[in-house]
Design a binder for this molecule. Structure first.
Ligand code: 13P
Length: 251
């Protein structure tokens, strides 16, 4: 069975002291949770202190991006080995904000996924369509191209280690959530595609998260869908009470 994952993508929020305040509180609230994989993704500057604080706890730490080289003249970049070094176990890759504002492409996402895997980080690879693409009936073409591009050249064993996050761009930070049926449709198609790219077993085991205005009010219904294995959460992950409620979703 697939262990659900609730991951908080903090985006560009929180100083070190604010980050520590939040995780200390969350840690207290979720200490008893064992059946959900809990992940937080602070900004680069807070990764080390947050990971140190959470060491030995049931909360894992993720970066929000990675670069694919090992080291060298690549000003401003941070690589998987360095992220492992400070205590990260996961890396968000290909978030739509990076695709939209920072020139991320299928090719760079693929390089980052491979680099993360090579270093032993779990990639949380994001895909999703814009409103315009949805309205013109292109959702599955776009999402399939992103999934195929991101997984290009990976062995089945490596595909099995990845977490995919379906985040429709029109639902991110807008308060407009995909309906459970809309999300389920795309998740099912992604799982079928993974079966085609890798194998039925890999597809069966891979976790597909939903992201886009997930909040305490809608998490239970979303998580009730058979192909939704968790959530990648922005706004509602920034406060201890709401993030805790998401981790403690009820099907
Ligand atoms: P919101 O939950 O704020 O809509 O953000 C979703 C997201 O982009 C998570 O990566």
């Amino acid at each position: 069975m697939r262990k659900p994952m609730i991951a908080g993508n903090w985006k560009l929020h929180k100083t070190v002291s604010e980050a520590l305040e939040l995780v200390k509180d969350v840690q207290k609230n979720v200490a008893d949770v064992q059946d959900v994989e809990i992940v937080v993704a602070p900004v680069f500057t807070a990764l080390y202190p947050v990971a140190a604080e959470l060491k030995g706890s049931n909360i894992a730490v993720s970066s929000q991006d990675v670069y694919w080289e090992e080291q060298g003249p690549f000003t401003g970049e941070v690589v998987p080995g360095m992220l492992k070094d400070v205590g990260c176990t996961h890396a968000i890759i290909g978030h739509s904000e990076r695709r939209q504002y920072f020139g991320e492409t299928e090719e760079t996402v693929n390089k980052k996924v491979k680099a993360a895997l090579a270093a032993g980080l779990t990639p949380i690879m994001c895909v999703g369509e814009t409103l315009e693409q949805r309205e013109s009936g292109d959702t599955m073409n776009v999402v399939a191209a992103q999934v195929r591009g991101g997984l290009e050249g990976l062995s089945n064993d490596d595909v099995a280690k990845i977490v995919i996050a379906y985040e429709p761009v029109w639902a991110i930070g807008t308060g407009k959530t995909a309906t459970p049926d809309q999300a389920q449709d795309v998740h099912k198609s992604i799982r079928d595609l993974v079966a085609e790219i890798a194998s039925a077993d890999v597809a069966d085991g891979i976790r597909i998260l939903y992201g886009g205005s997930v909040k305490p009010e809608n998490v239970d219904e979303l998580m009730g869908q058979p192909d939704l294995d968790g959530a990648l959460v922005g706004g509602a992950a920034l406060k201890s009470d709401s993030f805790t409620r998401l981790v403690k979703f009820e099907k």
